[in-house]
Design a protein around this ligand. Structure first.
Ligand SMILES: NC(=O)c1ccc[n+]([C@@H]2O[C@H](COP(=O)([O-])OP(=O)(O)OC[C@H]3O[C@@H](n4cnc5c(N)ncnc54)[C@H](O)[C@@H]3O)[C@@H](O)[C@H]2O)c1
Length: 349
């Protein structure tokens, strides 16, 4: 039996990864370690919380002695590390929180894995989940490949870049068996509504302004979260040690075009006249260090591991919008309390 530690499993992507592993690998024990920050929500996993092969552990990856003891106690065979502070806007407000969780937290996990697996690294694996934002910004042309030099521009991407470097350094220095992936923007169910797509779905439902940064020409490559979870499963089991894989949706959208598409889907779903939701679009002052364009070349994972997205953007958005419309309680619960204060500070001038 394999014991797998998934960190950040109560968050957006982590909850999809936990669900997939718990359902698919009944012979594994899956341990979900999460500090339950504002972004962590056990409601995301209500459907599997009683599964025999699932254990939730509340804890903080920045707590060194807690992490060391946890690894000694459970003797994990693999780590899938997703726990992070993940929102760029918040990193501009409070960079230190990102240094603590994304850098120090990652190094704590690396140290614990290294110590536990030193005598027998055979069959062990540390999988670090990262972002395409570490590569910086593209102009109108070109794609990020696995060899694109790192050039992070926000405190968030700098902290993720730093953690990626530590993972690679532990591979080189201590021969820690690791794999690393850099993925483009995810969307889908259970996404906290501070990020663009769920924020806008929520604001359209509640008739609030849709704050579009700058001129709306920022371009991102969007991937359905379940397809990311499927890629993570594949890389965890079949990726080559010490390799990096880029994961992307082959699906670039300018923010303003994406918002227009979302508005027209929502008009349709809510029975509004065409163009009604788009009246909510308002352009707001740009954020500092805003990267113009990210686009991923995902040909390596496609060619070597046979992965490609399973749904089109239209299909993925349809599933996502339906999920938010069918889960008003989830949306209400996460948009009350701390979130309401954050929203006012960030968007209501
Ligand atoms: N969302 C995206 O589009 C995207 C794209 C590429 C890569 N990533 C990466 O994927 C990972 C997951 O992203 P997400 O969007 O699901 O994030 P998220 O913010 O939704 O979830 C992060 C989870 O980590 C937990 N956490 C935070 N600090 C912790 C700590 N100190 N100790 C233990 N748990 C802690 C939170 O409670 C939360 O459950 C991150 O590493 C992120 O950098 C995200």
């Amino acid at each position: 039996m394999k014991k797998i530690l998934i960190t950040g499993g109560a968050g957006f992507i982590g909850s999809h990864v936990v669900r997939l592993f718990v359902a698919k690998y009944s012979e594994y024990q899956i341990y979900n370690l999460d500090a339950l920050t504002y972004a962590g929500n056990l409601e995301n996993l209500a459907d599997i919380e009683k599964a025999a092969n699932y254990t939730f552990i509340k804890g903080d990856i920045t707590d060194e002695s807690f992490i060391t003891n946890l690894f000694e106690k459970h003797q994990f065979d693999g780590v899938i590390h997703l726990a992070a502070e993940s929102h760029v806007d918040r990193s501009i407000e409070d960079p230190m929180a990102f240094v603590k969780t994304n850098v120090i937290g990652t190094v704590n996990l690396l140290n614990a894995a290294r110590k536990l697996w030193a005598k027998n690294p055979e069959g062990k694996r540390f999988y670090h989940i990262s972002t395409d934002e570490v590569y910086g910004s593209l102009g109108a042309e070109g794609l990020f490949t696995e060899t694109t030099p790192y050039d992070p521009n926000s405190p968030y991407s700098a902290s993720k870049a730093s953690s990626d470097h530590f993972v690679r350094a532990y591979g080189e220095t201590y021969d820690l068996p690791y794999v690393l992936t850099n993925c483009s923007n995810n969307y889908g169910p259970n996404h906290f509504p501070e990020k663009l797509i769920p924020l806008f779905i929520n604001n359209i439902i509640t008739n609030k302004p849709l704050p579009v940064y700058g001129d709306g020409n920022y371009t991102r490559d969007w991937l359905f979260v379940v397809d990311h979870a499927i890629a993570i499963d594949l890389v965890f089991h079949e990726g080559i040690n010490h390799e990096t894989y880029n994961i992307g949706g082959f699906n670039e959208w300018k923010n303003i075009d994406l918002v227009q598409l979302l508005c027209s889907i929502m008009d349709n779903k809510l029975g509004r006249v065409a163009g009604k939701s788009a009246e909510l679009i308002t352009y707001v002052k740009d954020r500092p260090g805003h990267d113009l364009r990210y686009a991923i070349d995902a040909n390596k994972i496609n060619a070597e591991l046979g992965w490609k997205p399973s749904v089109t953007f239209e299909q993925g958005l349809e599933i996502t919008v339906n999920w938010y419309l069918n889960n008003p309680d989830w949306l209400h619960n996460v948009t009350s309390g701390e979130y309401a204060d954050y929203y006012k500070k960030q968007y209501v001038k």
